[in-house]
Design a protein around this ligand. Structure first.
Ligand code: 5GP
Ligand code: MN
Length: 339
């Protein structure tokens, strides 16, 4: 089957495929607080590598959320890898910079082990030796599918299910503005290949653990709206009361992204280590990636995040003025060029 895929530099695709063919024991890394894209893609690539007779391994510093842990191979994730692990290639999946490996990537690997990056973040800083990055793609699943296709490997039903989990979560169920006809055709191809669309919708997108929903109640109770800016804070004490761990961000960013009156949304989760995890969302036409990047994070125009040191008040004092700046920019633009 020929995959319909986004515009990727043919050279990067060729280099990435050659690297996978040459190496035998690749380590695939998913980012912290893993989502469906980083997990689904790593699992699909693991299956592709197994088909090639390779010995892939998977690592993620945090546990796999319950609503993606049922995907084939998720049980093989480990939370750390020793410096001297028996690996000969490192693959960073769905992350924009090296810090997003969450410490799994070891300094001693630099220059000795090749690093392949497969990603779609606008803020990606090309930190790999080979960078398969398509900032126009709705999910990392698209450049990854192009790579699997370039390798000439058949797409099995299990691989397609993993890729469906990736693309359906990153597009919030095909609702984001980057859900192009190409994405819809891609989803169609994955279903034709035997991917379990209904299962992913049911088990992943429509499955919210009870504890998480109780967390939403707390966050929604604390929801604020000021003009076109919506935000909510989540104090550590509330997390402790509900038994919510730090690696669980309750998917609050996506919950708040739906506030009708808001163009920019922010959530602030207080962590046990004295930092605050910030999730930013925006409506099309507004860009929050630069805000996250300015605070040492990253992401996409419409969905970005960062971690800042200090308490909830300090985090709001840093982030909310930048969010208002973004809203003001658009206001100025619309005065200049009414549309
Ligand atoms: P979320 O708000 O759901 O955690 O993340 C939204 C987007 O921003 C995701 O694409 C995620 O990879 C990216 N992102 C979130 N937090 C960080 C961060 O601390 N650093 C970087 N580089 N990207 C982040
Ligand atoms: Mn992604």
């Amino acid at each position: 089957m020929t995959m319909i895929t986004s515009s990727l530099p043919a050279e990067a695709l060729h280099h990435a495929a050659a690297l996978l063919q040459q190496r035998r024991r690749p380590l695939l890394i998913s980012h912290p607080r893993p989502d469906g894209d980083t997990i689904g893609c790593a699992l699909a690539l693991r299956l592709a590598l197994l088909q090639m007779g390779k010995i892939p391994s998977l690592a993620c510093v945090h546990p796999i959320p319950e609503n993606i842990a049922y995907l084939p191979g998720a049980e093989t994730y480990v939370s750390d890898v020793p410096d001297d692990a028996d690996i000969d290639l490192v693959i960073a999946v769905d992350m924009s910079d090296l810090s997003r490996t969450g410490g799994i990537y070891k300094d001693s690997w630099r220059g000795t082990l090749p690093l392949l990056v497969i990603d779609h973040h606008a803020t990606n800083d090309a930190f790999g030796d080979v960078n398969l990055v398509d900032p126009d793609a709705a999910a990392t699943a698209l450049p990854l599918a192009a790579l699997i296709d370039a390798l000439g490997l058949p797409l099995t039903g299990d691989m397609a299910t993993c890729l469906l989990a990736a693309v359906l979560t990153d597009t919030r169920g095909l609702r984001t503005s980057n859900t192009t006809p190409e994405v819809l055709r891609f989803v169609g191809q994955l279903i034709e290949a035997g991917g379990d669309y209904a299962g992913v919708m049911e088990n992943t997108l429509d499955s919210v653990p009870y504890r998480q929903m109780r967390g939403w109640a707390v966050a929604l109770n604390r929801l604020q709206l000021d003009g076109e800016l919506a935000w909510a804070t989540f104090p550590l004490a509330e997390k402790i009361a509900l038994g919510i761990e730090d690696h669980d961000d309750l998917d609050l960013g996506n919950l708040l992204s739906r506030v009708a009156e808001a163009k920019v949304m922010a959530t602030f989760l207080e962590m046990r280590d004295g930092t605050v995890k910030v999730s930013l969302r925006s409506r099309p036409g507004y860009n929050v990636a630069w805000i996250a990047k300015a605070l040492a994070g990253g992401g996409h125009h419409q969905a970005a995040g960062c971690s800042v040191t200090g308490d909830l008040d300090a985090a709001q004092a840093r982030v909310l003025p930048l969010a208002r700046e973004e809203l003001a920019k658009r206001l100025q633009k619309s005065h200049a060029m009414p549309d």
